[in-house]
Design a protein around this ligand. Structure first.
Ligand code: UFG
Length: 338
């Protein structure tokens, strides 16, 4: 069975491709290489022994999207990762985010709604919950006003998919990710942030590597266990496996609604200082860091209630924070050694 993975050379996309291949799916990747490189294709092939089909295509080009689907008319499932994801950049350049994340989605759905039936999985984010009132966060927690244009594209994306699914053969799963980290155990795939990393774990590994002087910890006056923000860090391989299970559910027609929503996290919250301590433990390195002021737009605490994904998808995060941090550290050392 042929499955399209947009953004399949990105961090989460590439890990999902190898999990799909391991389950026997034939994968076609669309990626415009805006935040990835062709080396990732080699990494995928080294792990799976299979080269996925690859189209260097920008989903904002409507006629190219149309051409793609006339060529690959036998696609039965789509996992849509391709999107810009830097919160700060989205505040500075909102139209880039609305164009990139929403027009691409619309062109894709325009082609998919021509099919009698198709399974669609969307990369959403816990950002849709804003600062939720109750922890852990359940899927029915209220959606709150987005903090950034990036977050807004995820909310609007979810709404667009829900509206289109109602009037088409599209069946969808929205996966709301918490904080994906880590790398593949083979060390052939991992995160490749361009420029200065905005996210905590790649900043930590680059600092430990000596590429950054020290980590700035954004605020220690939050109402949490040690004053630093709490997040739910999930190993990217666990997250990738959730996509495969969601796709199987759709393809085997087990879904009970046209659009189903699942949180994908571990269910466990960790503070920034706890992550630093865990990193120091697994790497044996002392991490230089300094507490600085809060970062604008940060929420205090977010961790998932994962009961729905556990019960309905039969999915559970299996890897620990320590394993995820060690894999990220191994990956960082590998990419700096070549
Ligand atoms: N942090 C630091 N120093 C850094 C980077 C991060 O202290 O250099 C802290 C942040 O303040 C936050 C925590 O580490 O408390 C995690 O920050 P990340 O940037 O790694 O992750 P966020 O939770 O802010 O962002 C993630 C995704 C976004 C998504 C958001 C939704 O990266 O795409 O969750 O909540 F929008």
């Amino acid at each position: 069975m042929k499955v399209l993975v947009t953004g399949g050379l990105g961090f989460i996309g590439s890990h999902t491709v190898v999990e799909l291949q391991a389950q026997g799916y034939e994968v076609v990747i669309i990626d415009n290489l805006s935040n990835s490189t062709l080396d990732v294709l080699n990494g995928i092939e080294k792990i799976s022994g299979k080269a996925p089909l690859f189209e260097n295509l920008d989903l904002r080009n409507k006629s190219e999207v149309q051409r793609f689907f006339s060529q690959y008319s036998d696609i039965e499932g789509v996992i849509h990762f391709a999107a810009s994801k830097a919160v700060g950049e989205s505040v500075e350049n909102p139209l880039l985010y609305y164009e990139n994340n929403l027009s691409a989605l619309i062109y894709l759905l325009q082609e998919l709604q021509k099919k009698t039936e198709v399974s669609f999985i969307f990369s959403s984010s816990c950002t849709v919950y804003g600062q939720a009132e109750k922890m852990p966060i359940m899927e029915d927690a209220p959606i709150q006003e987005a903090f950034s244009p990036y977050g807004n594209t995820k909310q609007i994306g979810e709404e667009i998919i829900s509206d289109v699914a109602k009037v088409s053969g599209i069946n969808a799963v929205l996966l709301r990710y918490f904080n994906p980290i880590g790398a593949h155990e083979t060390n052939f795939l991992g995160e490749l942030p361009i420029g200065v990393p905005q996210n905590l774990v790649p900043f930590i590994t680059q600092t430990a590597m000596g590429l950054r002087q020290k980590l700035a910890v954004f605020g220690d006056d939050y109402d949490t266990i040690d004053g630093t923000c709490v997040r739910d860090y999930i190993h990217v391989v666990d997250l990738a496996q959730a996509h495969v299970l969601a796709l199987k559910r759709l393809l085997s027609k087990q879904q009970t609604e046209k659009v189903e929503v699942f949180n994908v996290g571990t269910g466990k919250g960790s503070s920034v200082l706890e992550v630093i301590q865990a990193f120091e433990r697994v790497s044996g390195k002392q991490l230089p860091y300094q507490i600085v002021g809060r970062r604008e737009g940060d929420i205090t605490t977010a961790y998932a209630n994962t009961d729905k994904a556990n019960d309905v998808l039969g999915w559970k995060a299996l890897k620990t924070l320590d394993e995820a941090l060690l894999s990220a550290w191994n990956w960082e050392q590998k990419i700096r050694s070549v």
